[in-house]
Design a binder for this molecule. Structure first.
Ligand code: CBY
Length: 434
């Protein structure tokens, strides 16, 4: 071939080597990495990320290549201990996240994790989810966010699952994508990541299937992406601030399924950056779920065979204070209304709490004043305390019941441990069906 003919060809080749995604991924550029410092400090220094709840944090920091081997080891240790001691009681999604975090990359000394055993356990937990759906009117033991995490982990770690079954489960018409008839962007985003992984495994020839499955997967992704984009807000968020990070990841990996004009990634990113500076990501899990997208990463970058990256970027992590988990509580007292609502019955009380208190403080004060009407129990979740019972009545996934939090009639987008109450608020915990 003559030189003059080769040149355009070389050009074409180079062009095709530039990852297509570059155009769609709008990561924060390196000079601006300091804006991410509060997230990283929150994750690393937080005493609130314990045991299995550290999985989200480890996954995120490893994808970003932020830790040093010592910090990484401490997190791995916590997760390993939690997995060893509590395996039977872990939910499927907790185990899936632990596998993703522990196997996100290959550590310096090839730290030995028995993947095949953990993946085998996950296969069983995933089957139990499906069995529960069969026995309880399509309701899984947990939720579709976790089932999607399961599928993602099984897909990335060569677990066994039936593509046909997965395709059937993740049908966008399933009620499990909805809470109170509202599409859950978090759930949809995780399902897209799982489906893209499954699709890639088929097209790379790892998995053989019939073409109707592939067609269904394509249709599912397209429909879920449309639903996610339909939840775009004026300022570019996808769902709310806490679902935006994972929704960005889903949009990064599915650019074939929407038009460029449908999503201005930079706008979303800039709103998120403003929210970081205003302290919206005080919870380590919130920080963990937003960081990968801001660094142009997705959970599909998890690769147990590629070496971990350490201490990259311009991060200054050891010296900075984390964003404080609870805002300063002042000495002055405020009065709020608090009620427990069960169907049409309402038990109401006015309580006095320190200014800056969170919803949980109000519940505790009410319980102190009247233990019969206002008793409650909480469980620690990766997002902080989660209310499981009030007046002894227990939330139950089989009948889609839970204790819903409201303030002035509005559904809250934060949990009891983080929502800061204001004087005169009408706070409510309501027995609800999602
Ligand atoms: N994670 C999970 O399994 C949780 C999945 C998730 C979709 C999650 C949001 C998204 C995420 N990124 O983690 C989710 N919530 C679910 C599935 C649920 C249901 C849990 C029961 C089940 N079927 O598994 C349910 C009952 C509908 C639910 N969330 C309830 C609540 C309320 C909790 C109240 C209580 N009893 O304590 C609450 C506070 C809403 C309300 N007003 O009552 C709530 N969730 C909120 C606010 C949130 C967001 C938390 C944001 C924050 N800053 O605290 C959330 C990120 C999340 C956690 N829920 Co739910 C959604 C959002 O606003 N973007 C996997 C596991 C391994 O960790």
């Amino acid at each position: 071939m003559r030189q003059s003919h080769q040149l355009p060809l070389v050009g074409l080749l180079l062009f095709s080597l530039i990852p297509r995604q570059q155009c769609e991924i709008c990561e924060v550029s390196k000079e601006y990495y300091t804006t991410l410092n509060p997230l990283i400090s929150t994750m690393i220094n937080s005493k609130y990320t314990k045991g299995i709840h550290a999985a989200n944090v480890l996954l995120s920091l490893r994808l970003g290549g932020i830790l040093n081997p010592n910090q990484e080891q401490q997190l791995i240790q916590q997760i390993n201990t939690a997995v060893e001691n509590k395996k039977p009681s872990l939910t499927s999604g907790q185990l899936a996240l632990a596998i993703l975090a522990l196997g996100a990359c290959k550590g310096p000394d090839g730290i030995s994790i028995n993947y095949s055993e953990l993946v085998g356990d996950l296969e069983n937990k995933f089957q139990a989810e499906i069995k529960n759906m069969e026995d309880h009117d399509g309701n899984p033991l947990t939720n579709y966010y976790q089932l999607s995490l399961d599928i993602l982990a099984l897909c990335l770690f060569s677990g066994n699952y039936s593509i046909t079954e997965v395709t059937k489960i993740l049908d966008p018409e399933s009620k499990n994508y909805y809470f109170h008839e509202q599409f859950s962007v978090d759930t949809g985003a995780m399902a897209v990541l799982a489906l893209i992984c499954v699709k890639r495994s088929i097209t790379s020839g790892q998995n053989k299937i019939d073409t109707s499955d592939l067609e269904n997967i394509d249709n599912h992704i397209e429909s879920l992406i449309a639903k996610i984009l339909s939840q775009k807000t004026e300022n570019g968020l996808l769902g709310n601030i806490y679902s935006t990070g994972e929704a960005m990841q889903a949009l990064f990996v599915s650019s074939d399924y929407y038009n460029k004009s449908q999503w201005v990634c930079q706008k979303t990113r800039d709103t998120v950056l403003t929210e970081i500076s205003q302290g919206a990501f005080r919870m380590p899990t919130a920080a963990a779920q937003i960081l990968p997208a801001l660094m142009g990463k997705t959970y599909l970058d998890v690769n147990k065979d590629s070496s971990c990256v350490y201490g990259s970027g311009n991060f200054n992590i050891s010296t900075q204070d984390p964003i404080s988990v609870t805002p300063a509580v002042s000495a002055s007292q405020i009065k709020v209304n608090y009620s427990v609502v069960i169907n049409n019955a309402k038990d109401r009380i006015v309580v006095s709490v320190a200014d800056g208190s969170v919803f949980l403080d109000v519940m505790e004060q009410a319980q102190k004043e009247n233990a019969t009407l206002f008793s409650f129990t909480v469980e620690e979740s990766s997002w902080g305390p989660y209310i499981t019972t009030v007046q002894g009545i227990k939330a139950n996934n089989n009948d889609r019941t839970y204790w819903e939090l409201l303030s002035n009639g509005e559904h809250l987008s934060q949990g009891v441990g983080s929502y800061v109450v204001h004087a005169g608020d009408d706070l409510e915990v309501r027995w609800s069906t999602y």
